[in-house]
Design a protein around this ligand. Structure first.
Ligand SMILES: *Cc1c(COP(=O)(O)O)cnc(C)c1O
Length: 395
């Protein structure tokens, strides 16, 4: 017997659930890519992406996932042999660094830990020691989707400034843009990148990059540039050049709709919604943890992301069984542990098009699974989440 039917619910950190309005926005014929309508669509989106990144700088849209946007950034500002400093706090900044190494950069990883955020003081100390300014770029993820950490990218920006180091500061916002504050200009970030399929509620397939004037200056002499990624190639008057070829028309329709929805709700409200629903998840996980089998991966409560929660499962219990139960019996797909946490954790995504029934439903299904599989856990996790929302969402 199962209690699943109809739409399977994805509680994975990307691709995320898409609003019906976004899906419907794509159900129409393609545009003439040389039309004024097409030009207006692009202009509006590029302007609004810069608004989302909170920058006066130019944005670029690539037909690519996050990995593609990583390469877009690297190829535009690096030259062979350049040294890159990766700030480790899980898997993703390290992955970005691996791409840089494969492209010909020299990569140093500032050793971090899967259970905590990057420490700004350690970044400052490393940069102060780099007296010859060999480091050309610093890579960090605002949220590491594997560990579930949120890094204080504002504090890291201040640390770079305090060290007086000229390296470009480059931030991955794939799992955070449109879900929590991000202030590219205010926080001293030179290049930011993101993707369509997480907080931005759009199908996978679009990568976004914003680059400020400092980055554009470095770009002029970068020797890893290739035609598809190249910012300069995308600047010509001809609209066709902006995508280095045919525009991904339907994905752009979807993105237009998704951004309209975010702006209509108001970004502050969107961020607050994420914070409330994330805290509801954390209240439940905190109660479940009393059973000595489950626990937060991120030890410091203030370093837990508002977009994804990584839950460790120990004492010989297998997260794969819970994952299978939730999916096959109840139609809820949890994220699995990845990287160092493979086989040791599950992840609950709470980013993008999420609301109270989705999150309370997901938490309820997890409890059903914990009970059915006799996995020890503190009782009353869902009740704690409900109580928190009842107190925090005023009548
Ligand atoms: C998902 C993710 C990526 C990779 O994006 P893909 O679209 O899967 O290539 C990069 N960085 C972060 C922080 C992510 O969460």
């Amino acid at each position: 017997m199962t209690v699943r039917a109809g739409r399977e619910f994805l509680a994975i950190p990307g691709p995320t659930t898409m609003p019906d309005e976004v899906l419907r926005a794509m159900h129409r014929p393609a545009l003439d890519i040389y039309s004024e309508q097409m030009v207006n669509l692009s202009d509006g989106l590029l302007r609004d992406l810069s608004k989302l990144f909170a920058t006066k700088a130019k944005s670029y849209i690539y037909i690519a996932n996050g990995h593609g946007a990583w390469e877009a950034v690297l190829s535009n500002v690096l030259s062979r042999g350049d040294k890159v400093l990766v700030l480790e706090s899980g898997r993703f900044a390290v992955g970005w660094g691996n791409a840089a190494r494969a492209m010909g950069a020299e990569v140093e990883v500032l050793k971090g830990d899967w259970r905590r955020a990057v420490r700004a003081g350690e970044v400052e100390a490393r940069l102060r020691a780099d007296k010859s300014h060999a480091i050309k770029a610093i890579l960090v993820a605002q949220v590491d989707t594997a560990s579930g950490v949120v890094n204080d990218v504002e504090a890291i920006g201040k640390a770079i400034k305090a060290a007086g180091h000229p390296a470009l500061y480059m931030v991955d916002t794939v799992a955070s843009l449109g879900c929590m504050p991000f202030e590219m200009d205010k926080w001293g970030i030179d290049v930011a990148m993101s993707g369509s399929q997480k907080g931005l509620m759009t199908p996978p397939g679009l990568g976004f990059v914003a680059a400020n004037e400092r980055a554009q200056g470095v770009h002029k002499t970068a020797d890893l540039r290739t035609p598809y990624w190249d910012w300069t190639e995308r600047e010509g008057v001809e609209h066709y050049r902006r995508y280095a070829g045919t525009a991904p028309v339907h994905l752009l329709f979807a993105l237009r709709q998704a951004i309209d929805m975010l702006f209509e709700e108001g970004l502050d409200n969107v961020f607050r919604r994420h914070q409330l629903l994330a805290e509801a998840v954390r209240r439940a996980v905190a109660v479940w943890s009393e059973g000595q089998v489950l626990g937060f991966n991120i030890t410091e409560s203030t370093e837990r992301s508002n977009t994804v929660t990584t839950v460790l499962m120990g004492n010989g219990f297998e997260p794969a069984r819970l994952h299978r139960y939730c999916k096959e019996k109840c139609g809820v797909v949890l994220g699995v542990g990845i990287g160092d946490l493979q086989g040791q954790a599950f992840r609950i995504a709470h980013m993008g098009h999420i609301n109270a029934p989705m999150i309370l439903g997901t938490l309820g299904v997890i409890e059903v699974g914990l009970n059915a599989l006799r996995i020890p856990h503190g009782k009353g996790g869902l009740e704690a989440a409900i109580a928190y929302l009842g107190e925090s969402v005023s009548a």
